[in-house]
Ligand binder design. Structure first.
Ligand SMILES: Nc1ncnc2c1ncn2[C@@H]1O[C@H](COP(=O)(O)OP(=O)(O)OP(=O)(O)O)[C@@H](O)[C@H]1O
Ligand SMILES: [Mg+2]
Length: 289
């Protein structure tokens, strides 16, 4: 087993990164489960960190958290301890060998997989506390349209829906997008198509989803929902290899097709969210509930 992210790296960092202007919160979500949200969140974070950004990934899949497994981390203090008041937020933040920070849910979070007023408050408090310290906070959410998932997504200024070319993933992506538009008045939703077989597959899929949305879904009177095709990540045997070794793909196999695609995706996201955020920014404050 690799020591790319060694166990000592799971010691909490001494504090939050010094205060700077409010960053962006990007929820990585999907309709169907197992499409690659956690893999992409971790590797995208590493690719964004490599570009010089201060990045934190929050394991927002409270019931089925497994970001720790993907990163081979064994944190002593987790989100659970922050939620229950046993630890301060900064004590639960762990720096990874990928150059980004994580806030891991760990075990014991199953009780938080139901949206109660406490869960809402704790979540909001934590994200608000993190936001000033990072350029971008990625929320690795669960799949589907449960209350907890939708609430986590509602805290994000930007949403990245992960789909795969499988028909079931596409219908579920469409259902998720429809709910995000209906319940959160989202007008811009970013899409990444993972596990593509051929170049261009992802763009064709996003175009197809856009056509269905144009016919059946309207966000506000006169406002159309716009899907932004953020990129494709090809199906690549190196991904499974990296997951089995609990390594970050972009660090260990930077030249493989999936790593190259993730690096490109990071560049596009940096450009859209950080460098020129105004042109494409989604309604953010309006979506918070
Ligand atoms: N580009 C890819 N090429 C090949 N395999 C991939 C790719 N992306 C993801 N996978 C495979 O899909 C599996 C599931 O990925 P991951 O755990 O990130 O999905 P998820 O969407 O977070 O799942 P969940 O909905 O359960 O949280 C990975 O373990 C990996 O084997
Ligand atoms: Mg996951």
């Amino acid at each position: 087993m690799s020591d790319v992210v060694n166990e000592t790296a799971a010691e909490p960092v001494s504090g939050l990164i010094p205060l700077k202007p409010l960053g962006k919160v990007l929820a990585v979500t999907s309709g169907k489960g197992g499409v690659g949200k956690t893999f992409l969140s971790a590797n995208l974070a590493a690719a964004l960190a490599k570009r010089g950004l201060k990045v934190l990934v929050l394991d927002a899949d409270l019931g089925l958290a497994n970001l720790d497994v993907v990163l081979n981390l064994y944190p002593k203090i987790t989100l659970h301890d922050v939620f229950t008041g046993k630890a301060q937020l900064e004590e639960a933040i762990v720096r990874t060998a990928g150059g980004f920070a994580v806030l891991l849910a760990g075990s014991g979070m199953v009780e938080y997989s139901r949206l109660t007023p406490n869960v809402r408050e704790d979540f909001l408090r934590i994200i608000t506390g993190l936001l000033p310290h990072y350029d971008i906070v990625l929320l690795d959410t669960g799949a589907g349209i449960s209350d907890v998932v939708l609430f986590a997504v509602s805290l994000a200024s930007e949403v990245l829906v992960v789909a795969t070319p499988e028909p079931t993933s596409l219908t579920d992506a469409y259902a998720t997008i429809k709910v995000l538009v209906g319940e959160q008045s989202r007008q811009i939703i970013r899409v990444v198509v993972n596990q593509t077989a051929r170049m261009g597959d992802g763009r064709a899929i996003t175009t197809q989803l856009q056509q269905v949305l144009d016919r059946f879904v309207v966000s506000k009177p006169g406002h159309k929902v716009r899907l932004i095709h953020q990129g494709d990540v090809p199906s690549d045997p190196s991904v499974r290899q990296a997951i089995m070794r609990r390594q970050l793909l972009v660090q260990n196999m930077p030249g493989c097709p999936a790593s190259l695609a993730i690096a490109q995706l990071a560049g596009k996201l940096e450009d859209a969210l950080i460098t020129q955020p105004r042109a494409t920014s989604s309604a953010s404050a309006a979506t918070r509930r």
